[in-house]
Design a binder for this molecule. Structure first.
Ligand SMILES: Cc1cc2nc3c(=O)[nH]c(=O)nc-3n(C[C@H](O)[C@H](O)[C@H](O)COP(=O)(O)OP(=O)(O)OC[C@H]3O[C@@H](n4cnc5c(N)ncnc54)[C@H](O)[C@@H]3O)c2cc1C
Length: 260
């Protein structure tokens, strides 16, 4: 069983996955389509890109970052999520009895269109704009117009222990940087709830902590200047390659617009 399964490999899901995987949690992202950001024509309000960036290139780079962190990917639309415990035959234990409470510590099973069921101890829903698969879990959703939003607390936890929601699906404002920031925050909540020690995910120069006779805190790393330069060389090479040519694909048009 995986530590975390993230439904939705868009902006929020990818950001969450980078954090959980870097914290050492076994992380799977399941995606059944494409991020709505693929419809963008030029991403110009995402900090760090002074003249904007092609949204498809941004998504590909973020996927690469997640893969580098150890995230695994699976293609497929999730159709149903339920507690593992609810699969236990009725009568074999209390939780399986009609009306009994499933033991959510056992984790969750995700059914996908045409694929094998997937299981994970914790589940992050980052699947704007579909959350129908969460109905059996009764996480609490609100409807506005044709859209459903999943209700969460400040850290992205739903009413069901072990189930979280991130990004636009959690009713965050509809911008990429907000979705990414929320995904990261929800990733940190999952890390916290997994009882990993107090966690920053910082890389500091050699001596930053140890030069003050402090231990390097959990989730932090000190690197010397040589290592810093090596990492910078690699980072520049990756970006140079990624930006060498324009992206071939055009933005995805709204499904109701006839392009011909
Ligand atoms: C035309 C357009 C232009 C935009 N331009 C900008 C802009 O310039 N700047 C800006 O900041 N924002 C822009 N946005 C908004 C931005 O794209 C979103 O706010 C952001 O992508 C939301 O991130 P998210 O992770 O919540 O959702 P998404 O990025 O859409 O990711 C959701 C993912 O979940 C997957 N998914 C859904 N249901 C399932 C399921 N059942 N099983 C498995 N996977 C599933 C989808 O395939 C998708 O990959 C634009 C949006 C549009 C439509």
């Amino acid at each position: 069983m995986r530590d975390v399964c993230i439904v939705g490999g868009g902006v929020a899901g990818l950001a969450a996955s980078i954090f959980t995987a870097r914290a050492g949690l076994d992380t799977l992202v399941v995606d059944g389509g494409e991020s709505i950001l693929a419809r963008n024509a030029s991403l110009e309000n995402y900090p760090g890109f002074p003249d904007g960036v092609d949204a498809r290139r941004y998504l590909e780079l973020t996927r690469e970052q997640a893969r580098n962190a150890g995230v695994e990917f699976e293609l497929g639309r999730v159709t149903r999520a339920k507690p593992v415990d609810s699969a236990v035959p009725s009568g074999s234990r209390d939780a399986g009895e009609p009306g009994g409470q499933p033991d959510l510590e056992q984790g969750f099973v995700l059914e996908t269109e045409g694929g094998e069921p997937l299981d994970a101890r914790r589940l992050i829903a980052a699947s704007w704009s579909d959350s129908d698969y969460l109905v059996p879990l009764d996480v609490g959703r609100t409807q506005r117009g044709s859209k459903h939003f999943v209700s969460v607390d400040d850290a992205g936890r739903t009413a069901v222990a072990g189930v979280y929601a991130a990004g636009r699906l959690a009713d965050e404002p509809h911008q990429a940087i907000v979705a990414a920031g929320h995904g990261a925050k929800v990733g940190l909540a999952v890390i916290h709830d997994s009882e990993i020690n107090f966690y920053h995910d910082w890389v500091a120069p050699e001596g930053y902590f140890t030069g003050r006779d402090r231990e390097v805190p959990p989730g932090c790393e000190e690197i010397d200047d040589e290592e810093r330069r090596e990492r910078d060389d690699q980072a520049r090479e990756t970006i140079r390659e990624a930006f060498a040519e324009p992206v071939d694909e055009r933005p995805t048009m709204h499904p109701s617009v006839d392009r011909d």
